[in-house]
Design a protein around this ligand. Structure first.
Ligand SMILES: [Zn+2]
Ligand SMILES: [Zn+2]
Length: 328
């Protein structure tokens, strides 16, 4: 399913095309895709909110598949192995960021479904050293939503500096927050969820949130940290107002509509705003092991690959129940 020109999701920006898969080059794997999660970033790319880096492009960066062919020089993967592929498609490996466990910040990083063709397809070509082993505890469909929403939610938890038992706010409650809440509860955190949707509030309470409300409602106690998932600067500001002195608001978004102007008092007392960019392979491995141990429950609806436009349109209208997963 190819994006040639961004357009509103309702207009169906993706077009089905047929291409023969190539043979993997050195260090690459050819995957036969079983499932690919649909992320809000895909929607932002397809609608033009996120500037394209390559066009045309096959979107999709929560890929679960099996290896069909292995390129030269790859020794740790075999044909038939199950592999996951996420947003980080490759890094340079030699810059100061790559050499200091911050490969997520590599200026030469490439991203799946943005710089290189992604998972809205039957096959994908990936770098073997960026493919991820997936725990057996998750079948193909359940594993897909872990690969972006889960991994980046986990990095957001780290960036928010929440301590075990602390009071954590989650602002917006889509696929990523659903998983993040379960990790936070596993760490014994008290979780407070703000979202517009009454259905999402109910789901948050069923997963252990002790308070839910709207973006404008103040939680009953000041929060020790918050993570925002909605791509809205106003939501970031609402979260900032809800946190205690010294607390961090981590912004889990690659694209935000804007940052509103605000009085400095709202940031004063060492409150911090932190963006969250991508993840490292170490984050992904840590999170996948933790997810299997908890075990994290993913909830998702499935669509055939050919209905990728339908899935994007449902996501844009806020109708997706948990995550959307394309099945090939
Ligand atoms: Zn994503
Ligand atoms: Zn680098």
């Amino acid at each position: 399913m190819l994006l040639e020109r961004p357009a509103p999701a309702a207009a169906g920006p993706l077009r089905a095309v047929t291409r023969a898969p190539e043979a993997p080059g050195p260090g690459q794997l050819l995957l036969r895709i079983a499932a690919c999660g649909v992320c809000r970033t895909d929607l932002q790319l397809c609608e033009g909110d996120l500037a394209p880096r390559k066009m045309p492009i096959v979107p999709g960066h929560q890929i679960v598949g099996r290896i069909e062919a292995v390129g030269d020089g790859v020794s740790d993967w075999r044909a038939g192995d199950r592999a996951g592929v996420a947003w980080l498609a490759g890094t340079c490996g030699v810059c100061d960021k790559c050499r200091s466990e911050r490969e997520n910040l590599c200026a030469s990083a490439t991203f799946t479904g943005w710089d290189v063709d992604g998972g809205y397809a039957t096959h994908a070509m990936v770098r073997a050293d960026f493919a991820l082993r997936l725990p057996d505890a998750f079948d193909d469909l359940a594993a897909a939503p872990l690969l972006c929403g889960g991994v980046i939610g986990y990095r957001s938890l780290k960036r928010s500096a929440i301590a075990p038992g602390g009071r954590l706010g989650l602002y917006g409650f889509g696929a990523s927050a659903l998983i993040t809440l379960q990790v936070a509860r596993h760490w014994g955190c008290r979780v407070f969820v703000a979202t517009r949707s009454t259905a999402e509030r109910e789901r948050a309470r069923s997963l252990g949130a002790e308070w839910t409300g709207g973006y404008g409602d103040a939680p009953p106690e000041p929060l020790d940290a918050a993570i925002t998932f909605a791509p809205s600067g106003d939501v970031v500001r609402a979260a900032l107002r809800a946190v205690d002195r010294g607390a961090t608001v981590a912004i889990n978004a690659i694209h935000l509509d804007r940052l509103p102007e605000m009085p400095y008092e709202e940031l004063w007392w060492e409150r911090r705003l932190a963006s969250v960019a991508n993840f490292t392979r170490a984050d992904a491995r840590e999170f996948l092991a933790l997810a299997a141990q908890i075990p994290v429950k993913t909830s998702f609806e499935t669509h055939p690959l050919a209905d990728a436009n339908v899935a994007l349109a449902r996501l844009s209208r806020g109708e997706v129940d948990g995550a959307a997963v394309l099945v090939t």
